[in-house]
Ligand binder design. Structure first.
Ligand SMILES: [Zn+2]
Length: 256
């Protein structure tokens, strides 16, 4: 029963994520503002705006015209709903679950915005840094997963400095922009959340995945090395891998 609750809660937050994904990059207001069909401009009724269900029920179409609704709405809502269930399944009813739910909302929004627009808005990275740091002061924090506040602070600084250095060197050598400061702020936020050890590991995982994903297109010469790729989504996937396997790796490398 409680899984149904987390699934519904997740799909509602997924709906909110969709609003942020579409409106944050355009600097439009995120809240209130009723949604309307981009084609016929008709305001969407509440019963046609139910997460997941309306999309299936209306068969991807606007009720009023033949406008085909972007499948991304459905994917984001489903992804958030599944994330909420998985997090609850692993961490139960706990503060850790609450923290990971907050993180998953930010990650979903950043993932899709960076994928589409090649930007990571400060409106997302700054609050994520703040929560990552402040949560370290919670007395009953799960210290197996989350670092203490000093480690968190070092992680935040290290995350920023590493990407900043890569950008700086890349500019010096190739006179081009490879990554953006948005990536630096995102990795800084992740460093605040998971401590300094997470930073090099996440860079490693993210780069491996990015390379695996990009190399077929490099071989086919549809892209070349200087083609800009949004690195944010890879950092997010790298972080998820770190959350799943991080502790085993930490044990293996540092014996702690
Ligand atoms: Zn319409």
């Amino acid at each position: 029963m409680i899984f149904v609750f987390f699934f519904i809660l997740g799909s509602i937050w997924g709906s909110f994520c969709n609003v942020c994904i579409f409106r944050l990059p355009e600097d439009k207001g995120v809240v209130i503002d009723r949604s309307f069909c981009p084609k016929c401009k008709k305001i969407i009724k509440w019963y046609d705006n139910i997460p997941l269900i309306s999309f299936l029920f209306l068969k991807r179409k606007c009720r009023n015209c033949d406008y085909i609704i972007n499948i991304q709405y459905f994917i984001v809502e489903l992804l958030t709903a599944i994330s909420f269930c998985l997090i609850y399944y692993i961490y139960g009813l706990s503060v850790t679950t609450l923290l990971f739910i907050v993180l998953s909302i930010f990650f979903v929004i950043i993932f899709f915005i960076d994928l589409k627009h090649f930007i990571i808005p400060n409106e997302l990275t700054f609050p994520l840094m703040f929560i990552g740091f402040v949560k370290s002061f919670y007395p009953n924090l799960d210290t197996v997963i989350f670092p203490n506040f000093i480690n968190s602070l070092i992680g935040g600084a290290l995350g920023y400095i590493i990407i900043w250095t890569i950008i700086f060197l890349y500019k010096k050598i190739k006179n081009k922009e490879g990554m953006g400061l948005g990536d630096a702020k995102l990795l800084s936020a992740i460093g605040f959340w998971f401590g300094w050890v997470s930073v090099p590991l996440i860079i490693f995982f993210s780069s491996l995945i990015a390379l695996a994903y990009v190399s077929p297109t490099l071989i086919n010469r549809t892209k070349n090395l200087s083609t800009q790729i949004p690195f944010g989504p890879y950092l997010i996937i790298g972080t998820i891998i770190f959350i799943i396997f991080g502790n085993q790796i930490k044990l293996l490398l540092f014996n702690y």
